[in-house]
Write a protein that binds this ligand. Structure first.
Ligand code: FAD
Length: 385
């Protein structure tokens, strides 16, 4: 395996680095670097800057704003974005619903939604999970009954991330309750979140934040033209989407940045504390190994299809991300308890946010398919067990 980038790829990396570090407002990058919550406006502004430069949806077909990049270039784009503390394009739009519409939607649906989705003029939410239908997603019970030119939707979704900002929600709904297999009666339906009968209710999380929601549907009427692809084929589209979802969830670049910042905060303590030094060096090595694995995976992904090893990236990437959040708590020591302290407090910012972030990032091993389920996929599809 060749470990050095070609001249062309090195120039591409430079081009991305320059763009991200000069074109995205410093205030937004500072918010990300300080690991503080971004506002909706900051996320929209960033995506619109990227989209204007053709850098928001490189994974889409070229006719809809994608780039004819190699998987390695896409990887470099993503990594440089993370290293520069630039918020990634909203995953629900850029890596989830957009590629599904581009691959399976009618021409009309593509024209109606894709440009607005790339530019974040529409903020999408993901309405897949339900109570009792998370890992076992095909057990979902939200029903869409066809009545003339409309579907009438009833049911409940849960864990809808940033649903409070959502304009539209892409959902999996049961359109044939009598199908012989539960996977066969599911459709992929786009729903306007301002529709009468749709309610979003916040879920308060352990860190005190509010980033997930429950969404309720009571006789919500949805025009039949909002169906993506064919009725009852939604499971195929969902599998396509979930494969893409997993590729982006190994945040090597941002974890590297966090770890480097932690090392700076630790300063002289590292030299005087062999246990801490070993821990930091261990994390650096593991991240390097993950980075090389990610490069091997991108080098071998055929036809833009997700490689089954994306499950390894998801699993290891989230474990390391969590390990770094734990390191911050330990570095902060007793100061990590001061998460409620106000802005005027003498406790440094990074120490105040360390515990809420440690707690918040427990989510990473659950979303995008839980890590236990990733282990099952690795056992079956890679190890052949
Ligand atoms: C912060 C956060 C944000 C999310 N955002 C969204 C969103 O925007 N939209 C959306 O649709 N969903 C979202 N989800 C839902 C997420 O996809 C599910 O939580 C996830 O798929 C797990 O499902 P579950 O919570 O029902 O747990 P369950 O499936 O009930 O699992 C419970 C436990 O059993 C284990 N388990 C289950 N099946 C197996 C198996 N076959 N083998 C081994 N172990 C197993 C799991 O790993 C887990 O530890 C989000 C979740 C979180 C935590």
């Amino acid at each position: 395996m060749k470990l050095r980038l070609s001249e062309e790829d090195a120039a591409f990396r430079e081009e991305m680095r320059t763009f991200f570090t000069t074109q995205v407002p410093q205030s937004i990058r500072d918010t990300v670097a300080a690991r503080r919550e971004l506002t909706k406006d900051q996320i929209v502004e960033t995506q619109q800057i990227l989209n204007a430069a053709g850098l928001a949806v490189p994974n889409w077909p070229v006719e809809w704003g994608g780039k004819d990049w190699t998987p390695l270039q896409r990887h470099i784009w993503h990594e440089e974005m993370q290293l520069a503390s630039v918020p990634a394009p909203l995953a629900f739009n850029a890596s989830m619903v957009g590629p599904v519409i581009a691959a399976f939607g009618s021409q009309e649906v593509k024209e109606r939604f894709l440009p607005a989705t790339a530019n974040l003029d529409i903020w999408w939410s993901q309405g897949f999970s339900e109570p009792d239908a998370g890992s076992d997603l095909a057990s979902l019970r939200t029903v869409a009954r066809r009545e003339g030119d409309e579907y009438v939707v009833n049911g409940q979704k849960t864990w809808t991330t940033l649903g409070q900002y959502g304009d539209w929600i892409f959902t999996l709904v049961r359109t044939d309750p009598d199908a012989p297999k539960k996977q066969q009666g599911i459709s992929f339906l786009l729903i306007d979140m301002t529709s009468p009968g749709l309610t979003v209710r916040p879920i308060e999380l352990i860190d005190g934040g509010h980033e997930v929601n429950e969404v309720f549907f009571e006789d919500v009427r949805v025009p039949a033209e909002n169906l993506v692809g064919e009725e009852n084929r939604g499971w195929d589209y969902a599998k396509f989407l979930l494969g893409n979802e997993r590729v982006g969830v190994a945040p090597v670049g941002s974890t590297k940045r966090w770890l480097a910042a932690a090392k700076e905060l630790a300063g002289d303590r590292i030299a005087g504390d062999p246990v801490l030094a070993t821990r930091v060096a261990g994390l650096e090595n593991e991240l390097l190994a993950l980075e090389l694995t990610a490069l091997r995976v991108v080098a071998h992904s055929a036809d833009g299809k997700p490689h089954p090893a994306s499950s390894v990236l998801k699993l290891r990437g989230t474990e390391l991300q969590q390990a770094v959040t734990e390191l911050y708590v330990d570095l902060a020591g007793p100061l990590s308890l001061a998460s409620g302290a106000g802005d005027g407090s003498g406790v440094p910012d990074w120490a105040r946010v360390s515990t809420p972030q440690y707690l918040n990032f427990r989510k990473a091993s659950i979303y995008g398919g839980s890590n236990e389920v990733q282990r099952q996929i690795i056992a079956k599809t890679i190890l052949g067990l």
